[in-house]
Design a protein around this ligand. Structure first.
Ligand code: HEM
Length: 166
C-alpha cells in the first residue's frame, strides 16, 4: 500500500502539470498525425521518407509522456498521496479514486499503443490508440469538471493541493 501523506511532493506536482501540458499538446496537434496516417496507412507511416514535423513531435511527446508517467507511478507507490478531504461524500471519494485510476491506466496505455502502432506498424494497436484517446478525453474532462466543482461549489481549496507541495 502506498503511504498516505500530508500533501503531494514538489516533483509530483511538476509531473502532474508537465503531463497535463503534454496531453493538451497531443490533443490539439493530433490532427496532423491522424491525417498523415489516414493518407498513407499505419503500416508504412513510420518508414516514410517525409514525415511532417508535427507528426514527429506527436511521437516524441508520446514517448516523453510515457517516461514521465513511469516516474509518476513510481513516486505514487514510493511517496504516496494525500487522503481525500475527510468531509467528502463517500460516493465522490469513490468516483475520484476510480477517475484517478482510469487516468493513470489510460496515460500508460495510450503511449504504449501509439508506440506499437507507429514503430511496430500494427493496425490493431492503432485502433486501440484511438479508443484510448477517447477514454482520455472523457476522463480528463470529468477530472477537470470535478476540480472546478471542488474549487467553486464546495469551495474546499482542493486545487491548492496540486499547486503547493505539502
Ligand atoms: C485544468 C486542469 C487540471 C486541474 C485543475 C487538475 C487538478 C488536480 C488536482 C487538484 C488534483 C489533486 C486531487 C486530490 O488531491 O485528491 C489532481 C490529481 C490528478 N490529476 Fe489533475 N488536474 C488537471 C488536469 C489533469 C490532466 C490533463 C490529467 C491527465 C493527463 C490529470 C491527471 C491527474 C491524476 C492522475 C491525478 C491523481 C494524482 C494522484 O493522487 O496520484 N490532471 N488534479
Amino acid at each position: 500500500m502506498a503511504p498516505v501523506t500530508s500533501g503531494y511532493t514538489r516533483i509530483q506536482i511538476i509531473l502532474h502539470w508537465a503531463i497535463a501540458l503534454l496531453i493538451l499538446f497531443q490533443f490539439v496537434g493530433s490532427e496532423a498525425i491522424e491525417g498523415f496516417v489516414s493518407d498513407i496507412g499505419i503500416t508504412t507511416a513510420s518508414s516514410s521518407e517525409t514525415i511532417p514535423l508535427l507528426v514527429r513531435a506527436h511521437v516524441i511527446a508520446g514517448l516523453l509522456t510515457f517516461a514521465l508517467m513511469l516516474a509518476r507511478v513510481s513516486m505514487r507507490f514510493l511517496k504516496g498521496a494525500p487522503a481525500l478531504p475527510k468531509d467528502e461524500d463517500p460516493k465522490l471519494k469513490m468516483a475520484a479514486h476510480a477517475t484517478h485510476g482510469i487516468l493513470y491506466l489510460a496515460l500508460l496505455l495510450t503511449p504504449i499503443s501509439g508506440a506499437l502502432a507507429w514503430f511496430g506498424q500494427i493496425e490493431l494497436a492503432d485502433t486501440a490508440h484511438l479508443v484510448l484517446k477517447t477514454v482520455l478525453i472523457l476522463f480528463v474532462g470529468l477530472h477537470i469538471a470535478a476540480a472546478l466543482y471542488h474549487q467553486f461549489v464546495l469551495k474546499n481549496g482542493l486545487i491548492k493541493r496540486m499547486m503547493k507541495a505539502g
